[in-house]
Design a protein around this ligand. Sequence first.
Ligand code: F6R
Length: 241
Amino acid sequence: MVVKVYKNADEIGKAIGTVFASQVIEKPDCVLGLATGSSPIPTYKYMISLYEEGIVDYSKVTTFNLDEYVGLNHDHDQSYWYFMHENLFNSINIPEEQINVLSGTAEDVEAECEAYEAKIEAAGGIDLQILGIGNNGHIAFNEPTTYFPMATHKVALTESTIEANKRFFASADDVPRYAVSMGIGSIFKAKNIVLVATGAAKADAVAAMVNGPIDPNCPASILQLHSHVTIFCDEAAAAKL
Ligand code: F6R
């Protein structure tokens, strides 16, 4: 695990955006694993600027997103499908059929999760995965529990996550209680992982992930065992390292 500390979120966005650009230039038909939330936004902005300047062509890229809220369809402005289109896909040139986001409204959730895993495998696995980290140490929506959930699955969100995400909804009551999420095993198969953590609220989770025991109570701690992980923190998030 390599930890890099930057001055602010924009510097991190440029640094990780550069990693993404290198990946796409080296392997134009690569598979990118993408996240939602505040953390990846500066990276997506930088990726868009490189596209607008004609430096990076994303037309052969395939993407898989980490997770989606159960019950929200594409039109809901808090669905992760909507977020990804607003913050990245509408501004670059990945063909829609190469974009994959778990459905939050599938009738058979288990079948949806199995099909998603199979589709990642069939695409050759994820070359580069971006992650955020929850205040409680979650990655994707793998919440703290007594085991590491391996495959893509439906998950009940914890109070801590509902509390952290209510800023995007009218009230905490409007935050969906369930999500579908890639599992720890699905994430672990990515060849290269970059994780963004900014702000003081992430400092405990970052310290537990990097220096704590490998423990499903801090799901991100499993990343200590991955062979190619880089953690990009600002000073506030790195304060307890
Ligand atoms: C989002 C996701 C979550 C977030 C995490 C941090 O797709 O998988 O694990 O990365 O909750 O969220 P932000 O970046 O909003 O602090």
